[in-house]
Design a protein around this ligand. Sequence first.
Ligand code: GLU
Length: 555
Amino acid sequence: MTDLERLADLIFKDVDETIEDLEKRYPKRNLKDGAIVCRFAPSPTGFLHSGSLFTALVCKKFQKQTDGVFILRLEDTDTKREIEGSGERLLKELSLFDVVPTEGYYGTYEKGEYGPYKQSQRFMIYNTVIKELIRRGDAYPCFLSEDELNEIRKKQEMNKENPGCYGKYALSSFLTPLEAINRIQNGDKYVIRFRSKGSHQNKIKVHDLIKGDLELTENDQHIVILKSDGLPTYHFAHLCDDHFMRTTHVTRGEEWLSSLPIHIELFERMGWEAPLYAHLPVIMKLDEGKRRKLSKRLDKEAAVSFFLESGYPKQALIEYLFTLANSNFEEWRLEHMDDDIYNFNFSFEKFSVDGALFDIEKINNISKERLSRLNKKEFTDQVLSYAHTYNSELEQLILRDRDYFESIINIEREKENPRKDYTKFEDIIPFISFFYDDYYENIIKNNIFEFNPKFSKEIIDKVLLNHLDNLGLDLNEEEWFNNLKSVMKPLGFAQNKKEMRENPDFYQGTIGDASEIIRITLTGRRSSPNLYYVEKILGKQKIESRIKKVTNLLP
Ligand code: GLU
């Protein structure tokens, strides 16, 4: 037995499997040509970030598109930052957007032949690989303390050298295996480092599916692969997990691009074929004219829960993320407005190379468009499912009388150019509550009717009472409007702006002003759904009672 083997045995007494055993246990996958195996690998450290939803969605899309595999791997090796229950929560939030993995960690259970899918349960795999690396002399125990590392850093700063543990600074790499054995037996603390053979004088060529051909500085750092708590670092876990899970494409945030040379060296030294890499653009935000990363701390829209709680339909956020992903998606969408967006084909070349800019207005527009295309039943079902979780007031309102609610939200829906009244479900109550008498009573109580001050009580009364005498609710929309115009004209309201301009002394306003008086009276608001339909839904009795209340209220 060599000294290196002795050292490896000392550190990993319990490991009796070999890398060959692992290769057999996790065989190459038998997939059809072109099938992509990708993974989403969140750390359970909090809520689902919009950027993470983006990353996960990209995986889901490629898996569907290529009939591949989408693994969810929980990267729970940073025990200090872990938040209890957040793994399950991430999964739940993903599933609300139909981003469901085909394999991996599912909260209370796992599915697939390549697990365990929680890193904290994969330590035997990491240990097996590290044991082999130590035997080969490619990894070694490092005994440098925090203080010693700080000293080294100071020295490097003074000499204007690259910081870190490499070359002559990787002091423990010069210990003989016997010296290392002695120190371990002596009880000295250590981590395991990888013995890099690279030099920062060299450049390596790498290809990223999104960024293209890159030239990066070769790695020379003796990175830590196993921490003193026995858990692997990200770099090492990435190597082992993506190798033994047989990942074909690593799609991850571009913040990892700078450590790619480490990963390339690790794969090369193992003699393993590296996966293809696609570093996804980071989602940015424009803040006072400057671009910055979307921040958990500063931006409410950084949390996916914000969209759920405000009641954005899931299609809106997904569709928006598609526009961020592929530059040719929007053009495709215009031609395929009613298609399932998953019919659009993603390609890595069409990803934006620079950070993608988050644009809430764009999400709002997509949302309005999507919501306007639902029929009243689909719309109401979605609202109810939102309201059930987030908005009991809205749920109650709908359940009082679902038909009434549907007739309200169906105003100018289910037609060629439906109106885009709703952006998110949270806005529904303020927009339509006046249809309900109890809410309307509150408007009366608070007397918040903001009529244009240029109209006196006398004129307002005249408009309202004349209208009440000539409601025309049996007419169609056009006839109703013509009728309204002819009733209002003798009261001094021109049929249109042009007529008013031509005869300014004769008219005190236009039909628009008269309609506004009626609208404010019936709804308490300056803007509302189409007045004709509002009146049809309210019906004569309610209209009459509201007009009487308002005319009595006016001073
Ligand atoms: N746990 C890492 C992260 O959350 C995963 C990165 C990767 O996909 O490799 O950033």
